[in-house]
Design a protein around this ligand. Sequence first.
Ligand code: EPZ
Length: 416
Amino acid sequence: MDKIIINGGKKLSGIVRISGSKNSALPILFASLLTDEPVIIKNVPSLADINTTIAFLNFIGKPAVKIGNTVKIDKSEKYKHIAPYDLVRKMRASVLIMGPLLARLRKVSVSLPGGCAIGARPIDIHLDAFKKLGADIEVKKGFVHTSSKGLIGNTIKFRFPSVGATENILLASVLAKGKTKILNAAKEPEIEDLTNFLNAMGAKVNGAGTSIIVIDGVEKLHGAAYEVISDRIEAATYLIAAAITKGEIVLENANPTHIKAVIDKLKKSGMMIETSSAAIKAKWTKPLKPQNISTAVYPGYPTDVQAQWMALMALTKGKSEIKETVFENRFMHAAELLRLGANLKIEGQSVFATGVESLSGAPVMASDLRAGAALVLACLAAKGKSVISRVYHLDRGYEFLEKKFKKLGADIKRQR
Ligand code: EPZ
């Protein structure tokens, strides 16, 4: 298994181009199942999860191929309606196959995704919503079997603004009979991106980005060409890299409005941040002040940037609280940061950090995608050599990670 070797302590500086959004590209690729016509998706990042999704689409019967950062999806006729465990367990977002296949084939059987490192991550909100659209649900031997005589639009109120459930219901209801209203919908930018793609295919969706989304079902969707938004979580990670290494980084192809909560916290802590419509400059000019965060659904502070903030607070003089309200077990990176010399105390859903003068390099292990990102940041700032194992977690969500950091002046390499 690959490892990443870092000799830390170098200030990062220079320009980094932010890749297309993983969490936007995934639902958009699944949405291609809603039409039999050709589809072209641009600005798709080269990531393990994208490769998994493309393999999945081909398995289901959708001829998809990725050339550079463009995915070409050809005409297709018929689809399998089974999503096997070995595909779904590799990537939980595979549950997004349910919406489109329920809409098109009126039946789909998906292996239950099972939990992952950051929590049990059930799909009850998805399933309750499918029932409201007229689907029958049966859970048997680790599979969810769903079928319907044709989905009928309805009003659905989410108990929690789940991103995946909002996406799955969008994918199911665009071809349902009549109107669907999602109340307490997720407002993340990825929901708006998926909606823009669906509407480009002829769907009628309004209100994406707000908590009330209204979908008027249509008979059929046609093919489309679409460009995915940039990855706001990758962008936030590089901004924090500038802060933790006391450097100066310019992000190209980044949308500051998508990470306002993170930018506000960095400014409050003392980072100099300048933004334009498609670029963000972050410059360390003085010792930072600790800032508490409490993760929340969009537009609050993103849970996917909680680990990275903890790494920064571990090296910021003073005390801070990092509270996780979205997932029940998203502090695995704390134990690894302690190995680097951080002073952290886990108390329930919060970690209390007391900044230390410096961290020292050590062998550490990534437990999930964003925990891995936090370890990269901490090792870039730590004195001496670090070896990060299980980097396959990082390959799921960060395109050309070591190449980008090397270009910014980091002493980083991958050991195969
Ligand atoms: C998406 O996951 C993202 N993944 C996650 O990013 C992100 O952390 C999360 O949204 C929150 O922003 C993708 O977009 C592929 P949720 P998702 O449904 O859709 C609970 C990354 O690092 N819940 O909003 O699974 C759930 O357990 C990944 O890129 C239910 O209880 O997130 C969690 O505690 C990690 N029942 C909370 O809601 C349900 O039916 C948020 O989940 C669904 C969710």
